[in-house]
Structure formats: C-alpha cells, structure tokens
Design a protein around this ligand. Structure first.
Ligand code: UDX
Length: 466
C-alpha cells in the first residue's frame, strides 16, 4: 500500500521506517530540509537503537523515501500525521500549530477515499475538529485517530509489535478501520487487541495512559520522601509492593523522576484541557504529580551538597548521565541535565558525561564541561553523581573508579547501584529514598496521651529456655 507520513521527528521517522519494513511504499514528509537530506542518506536525526539499520534496509529496497514537498503525499491511500505537539511557550496547553498546518497542507493533495490517520498526542476534541475540516476540504476523505504508545529506546519494537492498537472513528461503518487493519496486518497477525472507539475516547486513551504512568512514578517518589524521613529503603519497598499483581513492579523505580518529550508536557496539557472543559477538579492531583516530580531534582542537588560537606562552591562534581533515560540522546526536560545545570549554577565545577546525549546537552547548556568518557569525568572529582542509569554506569567497578577520584563519594540519583558493593569498596554511597550507611533510627512515633491498655496477664513465656 502507498502511505505518507507527515512529520519526521521521533514518532514520524520511526513510523515511516517501520511501515516500509511491513512492506508498504512510504514517503516521509517534513518541512526541515536538513532532516530530510539526512534521512534520505540513512541518517537517523536522533539516537534510537535499530533505526539506522531499518532506514538502510528500506532505503535500499526503494520502499522508503523522504521529501520536503507535501505534493509527494498525493497518491497515497493513507496519510499518517505524526507532527509534534509541544507545550505552548507561555502556558501549559499543547501547541497544535503543526497539526493544523500539516492537515491544511495535506488537504490540497487529498482524494476522496483517502484516510488521514492522526498519531500525534492531542487534547481531547482535536480529532473531531480536524475531521470537520477534512470533510469540508475533501468530502469523501476520512479521519481515524490512532494514538501511538512507543517508548524512546524501544521505538522500533513498540511500533512493529504494539501491545494494542487503538482506532478512534467518526463512524465505525465507513470502512476506514478495514484499510488500517490492512496497513497493520502483520502487527495484528499476533492477535494483538485492536480496540475501536470514538475519537474522544481514543484521544483520552493516550493522555490518560501517560498520566497514569507519571502518577505511578510520582507515587513511588513520594514514598521515597517518606523513606528518607523515616530511614526506610524505597527500593525494598517497591520490590515488596510490586509483588502484588494488582500493583506490579514496573514504573516503580524511584529516583530523579520523569522527563522527556512526552510525560511532563502531556500531563500539563491534559490539566489545561480539563480546565477548558470545566473538569479541572478531576485532574488537580496531576499538579501534585508534577510537583513531586520536580522536587526530586532539588533533593538530588541538596543530597550532593550534603555529601560535599555542606557547600557546592568549588567542588568538582562528575555527572554520569544527561539523557532523560538510558538508550536515548534526548535531553528534553531531562531531570539529569536539569540537576547538572543546577549543580554548576550553585558553584560546583561540573564535568558531565553521557554515551549519546553530550551534543544535545551542550547545545542546551554550554556552560558545563562535557566528555563521553567516565574516566575523564571522574578524574579528581570530589563527588560522583549518577543521573541516568545507562547500563555501563550500573556496572562500573568501584575499586577502579576509586583510584581516579579525589574523594570516594557517590550519589545515586536512579537507585541503579548496589549500595553494599560501593560501601564495601570504601565509598560513601547516598541515594534518593535509601538510608544512609549508618543505620538511621526512624523518627519517633508519636505516643498517645493516654496510655494504651496493657493486658493484665503477662505474655506466655516458653517453659524451657530456648
Ligand atoms: C512515554 C510512555 O512510556 C510512552 O508510552 C509514550 O508513548 C511516550 O511517553 P518515554 O517518554 O519514551 O515514553 O519514556 P518512559 O520509558 O515512559 O520514561 C519516562 C520517564 O520516566 C523517564 O525519564 C524515566 O527515567 C522515568 N521513569 C520511568 C522513572 O523515573 N521511573 C520508572 O519506574 C520508570
């Protein structure tokens, strides 16, 4: 089938390459000539495992090409809209400029019977509005809302093997879903649920899934705050509650919290939209989710200051990790970059390393010293802080690292290191939500004013000493 994908950012570039992999003839369209030139040469505009291989493969077979000209969308049966919906500059709502511009430009090339498929994350109500625009501009063309749930770092796998497909339709009788079933035939072959619903529900599925994930992370980070206050260990706590299948262990990793191009902006846009709909009270808890998340960053800076003896001034800090999560070069709203920048702004001399994110981080915050080498970053450091849990940082050798630093002190912002391994090697190990090395007494429990009744008879004592 001939397909077009409008927008070749994270979502669109991966989607275009994956659709070509499924055997379709795909043209990816974007307004950025440099991005399109790179993609046509097989260069992914961001780090994503598996994508360069997929691009090379599909460009080689001629099933995939990229263009800046919207006219190249003409002749495709299905047009995916995968442009960005960033947070507005001055408020929390989503900026839909790119979505409307893409659909308006596409309208000039649509034919009756064509299907436009919305994949961007949008506020509820957008799809219905766009469908009217499409019906006006090209009667006979239709719109399906088909949100995307891919995770960075697993984007190729998530697109080729989605755990569910959601179709939001104006009218289940118009046959659009059958054409989309044909597009996804290979993905549906493994009996993945394909859920058909109205536009509004489909739009809400995406934002409510992200809101739930963000809430789960902030829940465990709130528990981390209580663990810090009481001397408990949030990692043990997460393991223990995660055994309950109703809770589950996934997304209960306490630490610096969530960042990236989706969760933070999506929960803010969700709150803003609920406000417009007069349902703001329903989502006030997300404000708390957001503030718990942001508090973790300040706590990480405080903990680092504590490890440095009370002041960051002139301290040499080695930062390990800048990306918002491992296997990504994305620093959009990255908790790691935000903490690294704060440490520097508060007087520390920061040397930051990351296997992939250094160029993006250096563009956003040029004031730090950057390297890709851990050994270089930790040279003579007064403290090492782990801000992104890359596999190569999880498996560092504390003895080898100890020979390079000025003071063996490490702050684990992602709870990704084994405390005893580092402490046994002579390091001061601190983490978010985990106790200090020395056993910390729990804060005293308030004693009720009136004494609790004590049973008159003494507790039974075994007759023979044990
Ligand atoms: C997210 C959703 O998972 C995905 O379904 C949606 O399509 C886009 O947004 P992504 O932004 O790639 O995907 O990252 P995700 O893996 O969800 O992680 C988001 C953030 O949460 C990262 O900063 C990560 O470090 C953090 N996180 C995740 C935690 O702090 N603790 C956890 O237990 C899990």
């Amino acid at each position: 089938m001939r397909l077009s994908v409008i927008g070749c950012g994270y979502l669109g570039a991966v989607h275009a390459a994956c659709m070509a992999k499924l055997g379709h003839d795909v043209v990816g369209i974007d307004v950025d000539p440099a991005k399109i030139a790179g993609l046509n040469e097989g260069q992914a505009p961001f780090f994503e495992p598996g994508l360069p291989e997929l691009l090379a493969d599909s460009l080689g077979t001629g099933r995939l090409r990229f263009s800046t000209d919207m006219a190249d969308a003409a002749g495709s049966a299905v047009h995916f809209v995968a442009v960005g919906t960033p947070q507005k500059r001055t408020e929390n709502g989503a900026d839909l400029t790119h979505v409307y511009a893409a659909v308006d430009a596409l309208l000039l090339h649509l034919r009756p019977g064509d299907i436009v498929v919305g994949k961007s994350t949008v506020p509820v109500g957008t799809a219905r509005d766009l469908s009217l625009r499409i019906a006006d501009g090209c009667p006979g063309a239709s719109l399906v809302w088909n949100p995307e749930f891919l995770r960075e770092g697993f984007a190729v796998q998530d697109t080729l093997e989605p755990d569910r497909l959601v179709y939001g339709l104006a009218d289940p009788a118009n046959g659009a879903q059958l054409i989309l079933d044909e597009v996804y035939a290979q993905a549906l072959a493994d009996v993945r649920p394909r859920l058909v619903m109205d536009y509004e529900t489909a739009e809400l599925v995406k934002v409510s899934a992200n809101a739930f994930l963000a809430t789960k992370i902030s829940f465990i980070n709130a528990m981390a705050e209580v663990c810090e206050a009481s001397g408990a260990d949030v990692s043990l706590l997460a393991d223990a509650i995660g055994h309950d299948v109703r809770i589950g262990r996934k997304f209960l990793n306490a630490g610096l919290g969530f960042g990236g191009g989706c969760l933070p902006k999506d929960i803010r846009a969700f709150m803003a939209r609920a406000g417009e709909l007069g349902a703001d009270q329903a989502l006030t808890f997300l404000r708390e989710v957001d503030s718990i998340n942001m508090r973790r960053r300040s706590r990480m800076v405080d903990l680092t200051r504590e490890v440095c003896g009370g002041s960051l001034l002139g301290q040499r800090i080695a930062v390990l990790g800048l990306a918002f999560k491992p296997n990504s070069d994305d620093v959009r709203d990255s908790p790691a970059l935000s903490v690294a920048a704060q440490l520097q702004l508060q007087g520390a001399a920061v040397t930051a390393c990351d296997p992939e994110a250094v160029p993006n981080a250096a563009r956003r915050f040029p004031e730090l010293a950057y390297t890709t080498s851990v050994e270089e970053a930790v040279q003579n450091a007064d403290a090492v802080v782990v801000l992104t849990e890359w596999e190569q940082y999880r498996t560092l050798d504390p003895a080898a690292l100890g020979r390079l630093v000025a003071r063996p002190a490490i702050v684990d912002g992602r709870n990704c290191l084994e405390p005893s391994v580092w402490r046994d090697a002579g390091w001061t190990y601190r983490a978010l939500g985990r106790p200090k090395a020395a056993a910390v007494a729990a804060a005293p429990v308030a004693v009720p004013a009136t004494p609790v009744a004590v049973p008159a008879a003494p507790a039974a004592v075994p007759a023979t000493p044990v």
